[in-house]
Design a protein around this ligand. Structure first.
Ligand code: GUN
Length: 285
């Protein structure tokens, strides 16, 4: 059996069309939704992510601001800029691209963002709200994954969902969302003793590890839905291409539904960032 491909680019396009209508409605009332993005340093992957976010804003009719700092910047300068953006009524969403250089206390930076502008959903208040089942901003990647599952009517109630990866950005919020959707959730990580035992039980398998092609076909239950959150660049001697945490070639022979990399979760992450920014702007109406 060959799995159906869950095309994140196509789904993104249809969701973004609806978002553009909401952005236009806000504009007609004199409000242009605005996202402020802060990038520190020159990490190539982060630079690409930020550029994609800013471009997506423009295409959807949102305004964006970009502050780019050198890697060795004094954190106090960045905190002062966040304070300024918090006070600016024309700014609806604030995002600090992670990871930050080592002189930063990342948690303190995230806490400095006004919770009502925290479109990443990383502020402790927003994390708490999600955990309590009353989310205010859902972190963009897990939010995008839930929209992908919904778009395909994947059965969530009672399903065995296995997440590989326990990050604050993906694994943990993903677990909360799948739990709220009545899945039975298992979170695996680098210290999990028998990873394959768990992954083979999964009706829904979410790979968010950050290791190229780590999940192979033999680790997947026949017919499972496989969501690949990974975004890894292969070494030049292997072609230098982007690939996910799932070994797509072997996985697609076993899974029922699978997301590709690129063109799967990535575009949906950016789409949900636009959604959260528009939502933030609508809330102040
Ligand atoms: N770095 C990797 N993913 C993300 C994300 O979703 N938001 C931010 N701010 N940084 C990231």
């Amino acid at each position: 059996m060959t799995a159906r491909i869950l095309d994140g680019t196509a789904l993104s396009a249809s969701v973004r069309e609806r978002l553009a209508v909401r952005a236009a409605a806000l504009k007609a009332r004199g409000i242009t939704p605005c996202l402020a993005v802060i990038l520190v340093g020159e990490d190539p992957a982060s630079s690409v992510y930020v550029r994609n976010k800013v471009n997506a804003c423009e295409k959807a009719g949102l305004r964006s601001l970009q502050d780019i700092y050198p890697a060795e910047v004094d954190p106090a300068l960045v905190l002062a800029r966040i304070a300024e953006l918090n006070e600016d009524p024309a700014v609806h969403g604030i995002l600090v691209q992670l990871p930050l250089p080592k002189q930063f206390d990342s948690a303190a930076v995230l806490e400095a963002i006004a919770p009502e502008k925290d479109v990443d959903g990383f502020h402790a208040e927003n994390v708490g709200a999600l955990m309590q089942g009353a989310p205010r901003f859902i972190p963009c990647t897990p939010y995008g994954v839930m929209e992908m599952l919904k778009s395909q009517n994947v059965t969530l109630k009672g399903a065995e969902a296995v997440i590989v990866g326990r990050s604050n950005i993906v694994g943990k919020p993903m677990a909360m969302l799948l739990l709220a959707a009545d899945c039975t959730v298992t979170v695996c990580h680098s210290r999990t003793r028998d990873l394959k035992f768990h992954t083979r039980r999964a009706d829904i398998l979410v790979a968010a590890i950050g290791k190229a092609k780590m999940i192979t076909g033999d680790m997947i239950k026949p017919g499972a839905t496989v969501i690949d959150v990974g975004m890894n660049r292969l070494p030049a001697e292997q072609g230098g291409k982007l690939c996910g945490d799932v070994d797509f070639e072997s996985a697609k022979e076993v899974a029922g539904l699978i997301t590709p990399v690129p063109g799967g979760v990535g575009p949906m992450t950016i789409t949900m960032l636009l959604a959260n920014t528009i939502e933030a702007a609508e809330r102040i109406l």
